[in-house]
Design a protein around this ligand. Structure first.
Ligand code: ADP
Ligand code: 5GP
Length: 215
C-alpha cells in the first residue's frame, strides 16, 4: 500500500480579517503553493475593481440575481459586508470536498460563523490582524482600489470586526508578509494531518503495516 494514497477529507480553510489586512495576498500565495487547495469564488453585488476578473476573483451579480441564489438555497453562507452582499456558492464547495480537495474561503466573520456552525469538523479558521490601525489605513490607501469614502467605511468597520478574533481557531498577525504566510501555511499543513480527517484510510494502513509484521 502506497502511503501517498491515504485518502482524507478536505480542509475548509476560512481566512477572515478587516479589509486591507492582507487576506487576498496571503490567499494568492497559498493557492500558488498548494496544488490541492482551491479558492471558493464568492458571488457579490459589489462593483468590480479594475484589477479583478469576473469568475476568478468573484462572480459579480446583480442584487436580483443574488436574491434568487439565496432563495434557491444555492449559497452555503451569505452576509452583507460594507454595504454589499457576498455569498459562497454551495455547489463548488460540495464538489471539491467530495473529491478530497481543500477549499479556501476569503470571507468575513459573519460568513465564518455560519461555516463553523454548519461544518465545524471540516472548518479550520484563521483570523488575520494588522500590526496597527495606521498600517491598516496605509495598506488600504496603497492598494489604491477603493475611493476615500469606501476606505473610511472599511476602517470604521474594522473596529467592529477586530473583536471577532476570539471565535476563530487561530490568530495570525500580518506584520511581515513572509512570516504571516509561513504561519498560515504551517496551520494548513498540520491540520491536514489530523488523524480524524483520514481515519478510515488509517485503519486500512494499520492493517497493511501489521500484516507485514506477521510474515
Ligand atoms: P485584504 O484582502 O485583507 O483586503 P490585501 O491582500 O488586498 O488585503 O492587502 C492590502 C494591501 O496591503 C495590498 O496592497 C497588499 O499588497 C498589502 N500588504 C499585504 N500584506 C502586507 C504586509 N505584510 N506588509 C505590507 N503590505 C502588505
Ligand atoms: P472585498 O470587497 O474587499 O473583496 O471584500 C470585503 C469583505 O467581504 C472581506 O472581508 C471579504 O472576506 C468578505 N467576503 C468576500 N466574499 C465573501 C462571502 O462569500 N461571504 C462573506 N460572508 N464574506 C465575504
Amino acid at each position: 500500500m502506497d502511503p501517498q494514497t491515504i485518502k482524507r477529507r478536505g480542509v475548509m480553510l476560512v481566512l477572515s480579517s478587516p479589509s486591507g489586512t492582507g487576506k487576498s495576498t496571503i490567499s494568492r500565495n497559498l493557492l500558488e503553493s498548494n496544488k490541492n487547495l482551491e479558492l471558493s469564488v464568492s458571488v457579490t453585488t459589489r462593483a468590480r475593481r479594475g484589477s479583478e476578473i469576473d469568475g476568478r476573483h468573484y462572480h459579480f451579480v446583480s442584487e436580483r440575481e443574488f436574491n434568487r441564489l439565496r432563495e434557491d438555497d444555492a449559497l452555503l453562507e451569505w452576509a452583507e459586508v460594507h454595504g454589499n452582499y457576498y455569498g459562497t456558492p454551495r455547489e463548488a464547495v460540495d464538489i471539491a470536498m467530495g473529491e478530497g480537495r481543500d477549499v479556501l474561503f476569503d470571507i468575513d466573520y459573519q460568513g465564518g460563523q455560519q461555516l463553523m456552525e454548519k461544518a465545524r469538523f471540516d472548518v479550520v479558521s484563521i483570523f488575520l490582524l494588522p500590526p496597527s490601525m495606521q498600517e491598516l489605513q496605509s495598506r488600504l490607501v496603497r492598494r489604491a482600489e477603493d475611493a476615500p469614502d469606501v476606505i473610511q467605511k472599511r476602517l470604521n468597520n474594522a473596529i467592529e470586526e477586530i473583536p471577532h478574533w476570539k471565535e476563530y481557531d487561530y490568530v495570525v498577525i500580518n506584520n511581515d508578509l513572509d512570516r504571516a504566510f509561513s504561519e498560515v501555511q504551517s496551520i494548513l499543513t498540520a491540520e491536514r494531518l489530523r488523524k480524524e480527517r483520514s481515519s478510515p484510510a488509517l485503519f486500512e494502513y494499520e492493517k497493511f503495516l501489521l500484516s507485514g509484521a506477521e510474515s
